[in-house]
Design a protein around this ligand. Structure first.
Ligand code: P6P
Length: 335
């Protein structure tokens, strides 16, 4: 089928033969994410009109006040993934512990687990800045038909079988990979269909955009400080442009299209940075590498990090390969 105007559903069917595991379940899993994305998109886009803004009052395991849309998005993705009887476990930024699905049903043969950040950048909702959902998919490592365990979730990012994000921006897009490149689908809200709009997305090897919260500059390690000053120097194709939205999905998406680098380093304030390994950094790193980009914690490939805790943080540097390697060189020069 010609790619022009191909729908997400047609794309999934056409490409499921290239997926090395049992493709039917993964296709159904991506389809359930597609449906949840449309439902959450509807609420995100009308959030300004109804009383769904403002903190839900509770705080999540991160100690952050939960926006009502955080709670809504979390509940919707968990509901859609559970109802379709596809996964055996779910972990979420908004849930203290992982959720075992049908753990008492010896007959259930579901092999996949999903980790989600249901609404990343949610503090931007009240100011009408784009936010996103991030998801990561693994095959379980414990025996099928038994309750999932923490081991199923603490797998290296290199073991992911799928990952992606939904960006609720000027248009709503679903961008994902199953290990065979990255493809972007744009929602036509009039008919509720995602169409292939960005086939085979690739990070340019070089870029001129750097994304970092420079308000933390004085707390950064010397190598990061040196790299930021390097970006600002008048030399060759520099100074680069500074663009920081405060929404990982949005900064990542723009950098993948235009070329650029996103940094959330460790600092004297946050010894391991801010971003979560399992449901933010690993899926974005899988996408980055599938799009010929790179993702590191400054000294190690993100996808090689052995997780030890469900909500652990890691420093995160991700984007155009040559730019990430520049940062690694600046860090190495100060060690
Ligand atoms: P800061 C949103 O909370 C998030 O997890 C990312 O989406 C975003 O890039 C980052 O944190 C912003 O954090 O500390 O710069 O406000």
């Amino acid at each position: 089928m010609s790619q022009k105007n191909q729908t997400l559903g047609e794309f999934i069917i056409e490409h499921q033969s290239s997926f090395k595991y049992s493709s039917g379940e993964l296709s159904r899993l991506i389809n359930s994410i597609r449906l949840a994305a449309k439902v959450v998109n509807y609420e995100v886009n009308k959030a300004g009109l109804v009383d769904i803004l403002g903190a839900a009052g509770d705080t999540n395991v991160q100690g952050e006040s939960q926006q009502k849309l955080d709670v809504y998005a979390n509940d919707k993705f968990i509901q859609m993934l559970t109802n379709r009887n596809i996964v055996c476990g779910i972990a979420s930024e908004e849930e203290d512990h992982f959720i075992a699905i049908n753990s008492n049903d010896k007959n259930h043969q579901n092999k996949y687990i999903v980790l989600i950040d249901p609404l990343d950048g949610s503090s931007n909702i009240d100011v009408n800045v784009s936010v996103g959902t991030i998801f990561s998919v693994y095959r379980r490592v414990t025996d099928v038909g038994t309750p999932v365990s923490l081991d199923d979730f603490l797998q290296k990012g290199s073991e992911q079988v799928a990952a992606g994000y939904i960006i609720y921006g000027t248009s709503t897009m679903l961008v994902y990979t199953t290990g065979d490149g990255v493809n972007g689908f744009t929602l036509n809200p009039a008919i509720g269909t995602f169409y292939l709009s960005h086939p085979n997305m690739q990070f340019p090897k070089n870029g001129k955009i750097y994304s970092v919260n420079e308000g933390n500059y004085i707390h950064f390690p010397q190598g990061i400080k040196d790299y930021i000053k390097y970006c600002q120097m008048e030399e060759g194709d520099r100074p680069y442009t500074s663009r920081y939205i405060g929404s990982l999905v949005s900064d990542f998406h723009r950098n993948m299209i235009k070329g650029g680098i996103y940094l959330y380093p460790k600092s004297s304030k946050t010894s391991e940075g801010k971003l979560r390994l399992l449901y933010e950094c690993n899926p974005m790193a899988f996408l980055a590498e599938q799009a010929n980009g790179k993702a590191t914690n400054g000294v190690q490939r993100i996808l090689d990090i052995q997780p030890t805790e469900l909500h652990q943080r890691v420093p995160f540097i991700c984007g155009s390969t040559n730019m990430v390697e520049d940062v690694e060189a600046f860090i190495k020069a100060t060690q």
